[in-house]
Ligand binder design. Structure first.
Ligand code: AMP
Length: 308
């Protein structure tokens, strides 16, 4: 059994109404791996970094069971860099800078030791590269999950459509679901997107939770009402890591188990936003995760007595 996670490993510079960071560690695959490492190991990472990516971060991830054979290192070049600024509501942000750097040269090769992949998480990355990774696996994984963003819809829509066709589950936020489908209603958007290929669709709605769609079924998971959201960066990738980490641990890809996965993903996302970057994901214990999951159960638990 193995979980393969592909995506960016990056430097981010973030500005929120509550503070500003210089370059800190980020990237879709970094957040997803930290989050998934609380549920399963090994995690086989596919990414590319420059010589500037800190060895301590690599060592810390390795100590959590993250394998680096599929991570290319271009010693004399710079890692992917992204910078974003959040608006006051923290649900919307502007991308200020996207410097592809090493990503422009990325030609992912899936190592032989990754070929037993049962669960594949394609984190946010160029859609053509996501497709290249799927095509290198001789045996189709049990479940292929893909995340993407508006950036790729704007510049690589044809590649994106081809890749979406190949995956089992697509994850996007509400604005991206609307952009991809051309529908304002999320229910109509979901039907249109599932007709593009994926059997399952997750629409993330930031502080308003997440929806899971499959055929005519819909499940809603709230986000935890938090007193303070410090930095929402990576919340989506952290959600994805918790979700797929749970599925990989339980090896159960039923709709029912995905419901649990969504709650776990939401709990992990509720941690990551409490501090800048991946900091919170490094600190939390299993007990704290369990405590938060129980909090979620209480949040949505109610008795109802319908008198006929
Ligand atoms: P999220 O907040 O979940 O959307 O993820 C934010 C992370 O995605 C940051 O750590 C960035 O480094 C990374 N990121 C931003 N833009 C891109 C992009 N175009 N492709 C891949 N990763 C990106």
């Amino acid at each position: 059994m193995s979980l393969v996670i592909a995506g960016t490993m990056a430097f981010d510079a973030i500005e929120t109404p509550f503070g500003k960071t210089d370059k800190i560690i980020g990237g879709s695959a970094t957040y997803a791996a930290w989050s998934a490492s609380h549920f399963t190991s090994p995690i086989k990472q596919i990414s590319i970094i420059g010589g500037d990516f800190p060895q301590e971060e690599i060592d810390a991830l390795k100590s959590r069971g993250v394998e680096f054979e599929g991570v290319d290192v271009l010693k004399d070049e710079k890692s992917f860099f992204w910078s974003g600024k959040y608006h006051l509501d923290m649900n919307t942000r502007d991308t200020l800078v996207t410097d592809l750097n090493v990503l422009a040269k990325f030609d992912p090769k899936v190592p032989a030791s990754y070929q037993d992949c049962e669960f594949l998480m394609l984190g946010n990355l160029m859609p053509s590269l996501q497709k290249q990774i799927i095509n290198q696996l001789p045996k189709r994984p049990k479940l292929i999950i893909m995340d993407t963003m508006n950036f790729w819809m704007d510049i690589a829509m044809d590649d994106l459509m081809e890749t979406i066709k190949m995956v089992d589950l697509l994850m996007v936020n509400d604005a991206e679901a609307r952009q991809l489908s051309g529908e304002y209603s999320l229910v109509k958007a979901a039907q249109k997107i599932m007709a593009m290929g994926p059997q399952f669709l997750i629409i993330k709605k930031g502080e308003h939770g997440a929806l899971l769609f499959h055929k005519t079924h819909v499940f809603f998971a709230p986000a935890l009402p938090l007193e303070e959201v410090f930095d929402p960066t990576g919340a989506g990738d952290t959600f994805a890591g918790g979700f797929i980490g749970h599925l990989a641990r339980t090896k159960d890809i039923s709709f029912e188990n995905m419901k649990t996965g969504i709650i776990i993903g939401s709990a992990m996302a509720s941690f990551v936003v409490e501090k800048f970057g991946t900091q919170r994901l490094k600190e939390i214990s299993n007990d704290q995760i369990m405590e938060r999951l129980n909090y979620f159960v209480d949040l949505v638990n109610f008795d109802i007595d319908i008198v006929s």
